[in-house]
Design a protein. Structure first.
Length: 200
């Protein structure tokens, strides 16, 4: 198990939450990508890229935009285990991240240059092959501010064939439901915990 996943385990009580526990050698490595729509205290989108045996994760309050250059704040959070990419269900109230989790998009990602180097330097450039998102994207780390507890990055779309003009429909509104099950947040909440295969 990647050492970075110890923080993930420490934040959760697995006797109460249906989330997967990080375990050594639990999943085969690959190049998974997933966005989980998370109706917690505030609705946000958790953007995850597989790197170094874990899902590097960013909380994106406004969600991704297909408008080229439209920057979205992406707050770097703890690494998640690869199995988390298949989680869709309800985290009980009172638990860390309590709320409903949906697999909003899933697929694979392909870095356009060495991802480990890009991650360290604070600029990941990559292509997404998801069910909803495609084309080239960027994640860029911002300069830290005083008393800032978590790294702030920016997520934005490159200007390519998969980008949309500013007056096009918002993909978050156009395709609000689960890429794994077709369910809405409300339906997942009604059915409680159900872990879905991410197809990776």
């Amino acid at each position: 198990m990647a050492k970075s996943l110890e923080r993930y385990n420490a934040k959760r009580d697995f006797t109460k939450t249906p989330e997967p526990k990080a375990r050594a050698g639990a999943a085969a490595p690959g190049n998974a990508y997933v966005i989980q729509k998370h109706a917690a205290r505030r609705l946000h989108y958790d953007f995850r890229l597989e790197l170094d045996g874990a899902l590097k994760s960013w909380a994106v309050p406004e969600g991704p935009s297909l408008v080229a250059g439209k920057k979205r704040l992406a707050v770097h959070v703890e690494d998640h285990p690869l199995e988390y990419g298949g989680f869709e269900g309800v985290i009980p109230e009172g638990q860390y991240g309590g709320g409903t989790v949906m697999i909003w998009d899933q697929g694979t990602w392909t870095p356009t240059f060495d991802p480990a180097f890009g991650y360290r330097k604070g600029h990941l450039r990559f292509r997404l092959n998801g069910q909803k998102l495609h084309g080239e994207w960027h994640l860029v780390r911002m300069a830290p501010k005083p008393r800032e507890k978590q790294e702030a990055w920016l997520l934005f779309k490159s200007d390519d064939a998969a980008a949309r003009p500013a007056d096009a429909p918002d993909v978050l509104v156009e395709m609000p439901n689960s890429a794994a099950t077709g369910r809405s947040i409300e339906a997942i909440n009604r059915e409680q915990d159900r872990t879905c295969s991410s197809g990776q």
